[in-house]
Design a protein around this ligand. Structure first.
Ligand code: FEO
Length: 670
């Protein structure tokens, strides 16, 4: 029996869970299973986005057949040729021989490598930026080399603002009926497995992931559909923020990942004593026995923590096997920018510390704290001071220095007149976020506000709002004398804030997105989605506040639309507004703290107002130029790796990421 779920009106998930797989890619244990996602679009043409692993082919074909509902399959878009998504292509072609495959030239080459089939006349090749239409929906293609293989591409549905992201934004773990990330507690229950998936599957390719994230930052995203794990339709910014950290090898937290390898317990004993000393100093410790915990879990925690401690006994004149495997994995996954402490044990010739140091020294941004602690068989009393020194060194970097217990200057200082008005104090106030709508001269207007407050109870209840004078909606509200307030919920996508907050009704029809023409009895439109309540108001008083106009109004009608949690201004900034890439190309200028608009230049006139959100100079902050000069070099045309080089690349040069030779490089500047 088929099991499918709708992603959007036109798109159906037709993938499957595999809970019997012991090891993903033959190496990563998946105790919670894994999902293989495939999506079918029902448009004028039918389009399938990727297939599935052979383990779940039977239910996949049942799902596909059911979703097609008797229609033929017109197109298969392939984003990735790894067999967990591509194995079933041959069987698909047998069942749907008329299908046309949409792919890039690298995928075409891999089709020939994996299958003994004649693809002549069956392929439609696309490249970056090409547009493909299935009728109502148009798609463009984003090449994503090395996320996770060189042929990977993502597909962006321009109509539904939906990104098919291939392996990116995937997660280990079965869906268990839950298609959307917001149908459960993703950040509480699934983030650890998402981190383990990212760091182990694509962790090595941080530069390539950063390149794709830069491209994705330009896209408006209402949905993100990965090949594994749940679909994103809200709170995606929170997940994207994790990707920005992971791909730039930036620790998520100031903490210690302590991994030890011990044969008879003496190295473990030293590790335990150090852990205790760290915790006593206020340091958070995540501790692992490499003989018990598989390396993939420790790799994920090494990406999470700022400081790493490795303690290993010496074995066959080398590093103990399980620790050697972990160190090898960390080096292969290209971990960077970490502080490291090493401890070694050996009854006659301890060498594991030196070998671990040699291996980890190859990683960019790795620095070693203190000398390696050497134990001969068992830790001795006179070595405790050495562990204290290690704990002190780590704590000095991780535990904030407490201010002296002196009384606050506010309570002891003599009164010396009023303090200056600190803008930061206003950010401590809580506000909701709403869409204000009105209607004048037969035309609808709307804008985002965060100023609606109930100011009187009784009958009728009264509201106050304030609106920026330069907003078109303010002029129209003065004219109309009535308005509606739609209270937005936390699952509202950024596109709503862009539409009503960053664009002018003079230039765009803000209501084209809502063909339903939803109005209250006052004839004014309201926002029917991502809204938990709507109130109709009649203005009884106005006051000109200079840059803003204050309206006081009677509430004459209201209704509850959903049980969704109201979105606060703080929540919008923390979870909905896209985060800035931590490593942007930075020019000198001023950035609007409200909407992110960037004004280039060293000066900002006093009367400057943001052309997007109309906020004034006081809401801009100065951004210094990065002062980075472009570097000459060569870029790998296979995986995108950039090798800085002023002259010619050596003839025997090979790409450190994908191992392709000099012939696959071309000159570039970055
Ligand atoms: Fe899910 Fe790279 O395959």
């Amino acid at each position: 029996m088929h099991f499918t779920r709708k992603v959007t009106q036109d798109l159906t998930w037709v993938g499957a869970d595999d809970r019997r797989l012991a090891c993903f890619e033959g190496v990563y244990g998946v105790p919670d299973g894994v999902s293989y996602n495939s999506y079918l679009l029902q448009d004028e043409k039918t389009v399938l986005f990727d297939t599935v692993d052979k383990a779940v082919y039977q239910i996949f074909f049942e799902n596909l057949s059911s979703a097609l509902a008797g229609r033929k399959l017109d197109y298969l878009v392939i984003s990735h040729m790894e067999p967990d998504h591509a194995y079933t292509i041959e069987a698909l072609l047998t069942r749907y021989p008329e299908v046309t495959i949409v792919c890039n030239s690298k995928i075409q080459a891999m089709l020939g490598q994996f299958f003994d089939l004649d693809f002549t006349g069956k392929l439609q090749l696309v490249k970056e930026g090409d547009v493909f239409s299935s009728g109502k929906h148009s798609f463009t293609f984003v090449m994503a080399p090395m996320v996770h293989w060189p042929e990977v591409m993502m597909t962006y549905d321009l109509t539904d603002k939906l990104l098919f992201s291939a392996d990116a934004f995937g997660t280990f773990g079965s869906l268990n009926g839950r298609l959307f990330a917001d149908e459960g507690d993703f950040f509480g229950e699934n983030l650890d497995e998402a981190r383990r998936y990212y760091t182990n599957i694509v962790g090595k390719y941080g530069a390539q992931v950063q390149a794709v994230l830069k491209k994705a930052a330009k896209l408006e995203l209402d949905y993100v559909c990965p090949l594994h794990g749940p679909v994103w339709r809200s709170h995606f910014g929170d997940f994207l923020e994790k990707y920005l950290l992971w791909s730039s090898y930036t620790p998520e937290e100031k903490s210690v990942c302590l991994a030890y390898a011990s044969v008879y317990g003496h190295t473990e004993n030293a590790a335990n004593i150090l852990a205790g000393k760290l915790v006593e100093r206020g340091v958070k410790v995540r501790m692992f026995d490499t003989s018990v915990t598989p390396a993939s879990y420790i790799v994920a925690n090494a990406f999470r923590c700022s400081h790493l401690v490795f303690a290993s006994t010496t074995y066959n004149a080398g590093i103990f096997v399980t620790m050697e495997n972990l160190i090898h994995d960390l080096v292969n996954h290209n971990l960077q920018n970490r502080a490291v402490v090493l401890m070694e044990n050996g009854s006659w010739a301890p060498t594991s510390g030196k070998l671990m140091r040699e291996a980890l020294s190859s990683l960019k941004g790795v620095r070693f704290l203190n000398d390696t602690v050497t134990i001969k068989s068992a830790l001795k009393e006179d070595q405790l001071a050495q562990l204290d020194a290690v704990a002190d060194a780590i704590a000095s970097e991780l535990v904030p220095v407490q201010p002296a217990a002196a009384e606050s200057s506010l309570s002891t200082a003599e009164p010396s007149g009023p303090l200056p008005v600190d803008d930061k104090a206003f950010r401590k106030m809580t506000y909701g976020v709403q869409v204000l709508t009105t209607c004048a001269d037969g035309k609808d207007y709307g804008c985002i506000i965060n100023t609606a407050v109930q100011v009187a109870s009784g009958n009728p209840k009264k509201l106050s709002i304030s609106v920026i004078r330069k907003n078109n909606t303010c002029d129209m509200l003065l004219k109309a004398g009535k308005f509606n307030i739609s209270i937005l919920t936390e699952d509202a996508p950024y596109s709503i804030f862009e539409l009503f907050g960053l664009q002018s009704g003079r230039e765009v029809d803000k209501f084209a997105r809502y063909p339903g023409d939803d109005r209250l009895s006052n004839g004014i439109r309201y926002i029917p989605e991502y809204t938990n309540a709507v109130l109709a108001c009649e203005v009884i008083e106005t006051k000109d506040l200079g840059p803003s106009m204050l309206f006081i109004a009677n509430v004459v009608e209201s209704k509850v639309l959903s049980s969704g949690k109201s979105c606060s201004y703080d929540y919008y900034h923390a979870h909905i507004k896209p985060k800035k890439n931590p490593a942007p190309e930075q020019k000198e200028g001023y950035v609007c703290k409200v909407c992110g608009y960037f004004h280039e230049g060293s000066d900002l006139p006093d009367d400057f107002t943001c052309p997007l959100c109309k906020h004034g100079k006081e809401d801009f902050e100065y951004v210094a130029p990065a002062g980075k000069k472009k570097q000459k070099g060569y870029v790998c045309t296979i995986c995108g790796y950039f090798e800085p080089c002023e002259g010619e690349l050596p003839d025997d040069f090979t790409c450190p990421l994908c191992n392709h030779g000099k012939e696959d490089f071309e000159p570039a500047e970055q």
